[in-house]
Design a protein around this ligand. Structure first.
Ligand code: LLP
Length: 417
């Protein structure tokens, strides 16, 4: 069995992947722009779609988003710079800075470019108010409940550090410093479905009415989940939009001002577009367990070790003989890092689990699917392993959009002092 998925049909064929492997070696990330574009189109009813670039912050991906009129969110100075380099003009609310703190260097940049600040703390509002009165701001509200695919990605309620607990207090600071309140934002977590939709929309209504200020935007946040497991269902976007659109209309009529509805997804736009290709280097028996060890580890893809996330895994055999004599094996798929937790197959709660895959041999390749979101962007240099290449398939061509980091470059921070 080699790489098969309806989403990537005819594009990421075995031969094309083998060609890329020959050219760039492994491990590599490959993204398919057609899938990103398809996902963008699903959200076309929303007035504004803002890409949460933390999910996949490569400048070339940002350029693609811009081409399709997607706006962008930035959560650090680095992300602001990425957005500017990708060509986002910091006017018309194109870039919004969202955080719970405002570091000095960020403050300087948001003032310089008049980038709206989506404030997740009262301290942020005070800081921007003292330095840049009239600055455009959003209030990021913590609605006192949250959701997410994992407790670590739930951003609401008192166990979350995110957002403002008391929006009225935020408003009084906004008034004190004559800041320009342009929007209200609620993001309850990452990896959400329609379960809390009604509740979130109601919360947005409640806070908009309570604050009773003429705003230009409401944001439904991001967090839309994607199907990772075969049994996972796609989120019903039409329903999602309808509920939010109704909410927008009600708020707009109560506040008596036009309002634009914004959504801020990361994973939904890029998750399914990406795969991670790695090579099998060892297949070893440890008592009753078989470990398949790859040349990609949790320094590349952190989601499994961090959240016990499931990613579909398939096999690309290097020769027909391997493929033919390929009974299924029950194995644990692991990376090369010097750490026992360097495993890609976990059960919920972090227990190591098995995956049934066609029998593999050293030299074969493994494909880890749906890794376009929070794959490359969360990679690290742990075990002093360099960042790996990213390749984008677009307009019938594969383009290298990040080359492999050289070990020398990695060490340069220490050797060049
Ligand atoms: N908006 C805000 C304010 C956020 O904090 C996030 C994600 C998003 C939008 C986008 O969420 P998305 O649509 O991508 O789910 N590393 C985790 C996800 C952490 C998300 C952090 N914030 C993962 O791999 O699942």
């Amino acid at each position: 069995m080699y790489y098969k998925s309806n989403l990537h049909k005819k594009i990421l064929t075995k031969n094309k992947i083998l060609y890329l492997i020959k050219k760039y070696k492994t491990p590599i990330w490959i993204y398919n722009a057609d899938i990103i574009i398809k996902q963008i189109k699903k959200l076309k009813k929303f007035d504004i779609v803002r890409f949460a670039q933390k999910s996949c912050s490569n400048i070339h991906i940002l350029k693609l988003m811009k081409k399709y009129n997607i706006k962008v969110d930035a959560v650090s100075l680095g992300e602001i710079k990425r957005a500017l380099i990708a060509g986002f003009k910091p006017k018309n609310n194109n870039i919004v800075f969202t955080s719970d703190i405002l570091e000095d260097e960020v403050l300087e940049k948001v003032i310089k470019y008049n980038i709206p600040v989506n404030a997740g703390s009262i301290d942020m509002l005070k800081k921007i108010g003292k330095t840049s009165p009239k600055h455009p701001v959003w209030i990021r509200i913590n609605p006192k409940f949250g959701d997410g695919h994992h407790i670590k990605t739930n951003t609401g309620g008192e166990n979350s550090k995110h957002g403002i607990w008391n929006p009225k207090q935020a408003l009084s600071i906004i008034k004190k410093y004559h800041l320009n309140l342009i929007g209200l934002h609620i993001h309850i977590g990452s990896g959400v479905n329609e379960k809390n939709l009604y509740k979130v929309c109601n919360a947005m209504k409640k806070y908009s009415i309570q604050l009773n200020e003429k705003i230009q935007f409401i944001s439904a946040g991001g967090g839309l989940n994607i199907p990772y497991k075969p049994e996972d269902k796609e989120i019903n976007i039409d329903n999602y939009f309808e509920k939010w659109n109704e909410t927008k209309k009600i708020i707009s009529s109560i506040l008596n001002c036009p309002i634009e509805l914004e959504i801020e997804p990361g994973r939904f736009l890029v998750g399914q577009s990406g795969i991670l290709v790695a090579q099998v280097y060892s297949v070893k028996k440890m008592g009753k367990n078989t470990f398949v060890i790859l040349n990609a580890g949790f320094n590349d893809l952190m989601r499994p070790i961090l959240y016990s996330s499931y990613h579909k895994i398939s096999v690309l055999h290097i020769n027909k003989k391997n493929k033919k004599n390929s009974p299924t094996i029950k194995c644990i798929i692991a990376g090369p890092l010097c750490e026992s937790g360097d495993i890609f197959t976990f059960k919920k709660k972090g227990l190591i689990f098995y995956r049934n895959i066609p029998k593999v041999y050293p030299g074969d390749y493994i494909i880890i699917h749906d890794t376009g979101a929070y794959g490359a962007s969360m990679s690290s240099n742990y075990n002093s392993r360099p960042l790996i290449p990213e390749i984008l398939y677009k307009k019938n061509k594969f383009k290298l959009i990040r080359r492999r980091q050289k070990i020398k470059e990695m060490l340069n921070l220490e050797t060049s002092i």
